[in-house]
Design a protein around this ligand. Structure first.
Ligand SMILES: [Zn+2]
Length: 194
């Protein structure tokens, strides 16, 4: 797999989505990655299978366990207030899968861009680590560490990386946590003391 540092939004988006599949994020939905099939669907929804991740063709139970562990690591990085510590940890994640820096261009006459390339033997979780690690570091480098934030919904423990131009995103999953009906229902339930 090769990951471009310029396209940090892809890895940051996958990091955000992955963190928000965890059971502690939304009690109403619980664990979103219960089986290898759930993981396959997650990768497919993010255009990673059968796309850039060769290892993603058919996830196994081992892959799922390793991705759950990686998910916890990514959450810890996003939740780290000290910028230097977040960068140290993300550098560690990026160094997996025998990754090395390579200067490549995507088209014959396109601009040269820095990529990180993983070894052929890399596991699914290692490739995801490199993709999300490059995304997180790209955001800190190009935007700011302040783009790692907690969801502002009072019913959600999610986190997200804001790669929008304006940087005013408030919710981890805007369709769910920022849904006006959900917000209004929650306020009504609180008023009713439920
Ligand atoms: Zn949320």
């Amino acid at each position: 797999m090769k990951v471009s540092f310029s396209n940090y939004a892809l890895g940051a988006g996958v990091a955000t989505s992955l963190v928000n599949t965890a059971p502690e994020v939304r009690r109403s939905t619980g664990e979103a990655l219960r089986s290898p099939g759930d993981l396959a669907r997650f990768l497919d929804e993010h255009g990673l299978s059968p796309g850039p991740l060769k290892s993603a063709a058919r996830p196994t139970g081992d892959d799922l366990r390793q991705v759950h562990a990686l998910r916890g690591e990514i959450r810890d990085i996003m939740d780290t207030h000290a910028e230097d510590h977040a960068v140290d940890a993300a550098n560690g994640v990026l160094a997996r899968a025998g990754s090395r820096p390579v200067l490549l261009r995507n088209a014959e006459d396109g601009p040269w861009q820095w990529h990180v390339v993983t070894s052929q033997q890399a596991s699914l979780a290692e490739e995801l680590a490199v993709l999300t690690g490059a995304g997180m570091l790209g955001v800190i480098h190009t935007l700011s560490h302040s783009r790692f934030r907690a969801c502002t919904s009072s019913t959600c423990e999610g986190m997200f990386i804001d790669t929008s131009r304006a940087g005013r995103r408030r919710y981890c999953t805007p369709d769910v946590c920022g849904n006006r009906l959900n917000v209004a229902n929650h306020r009504a339930r609180r008023r009713a003391g439920a």
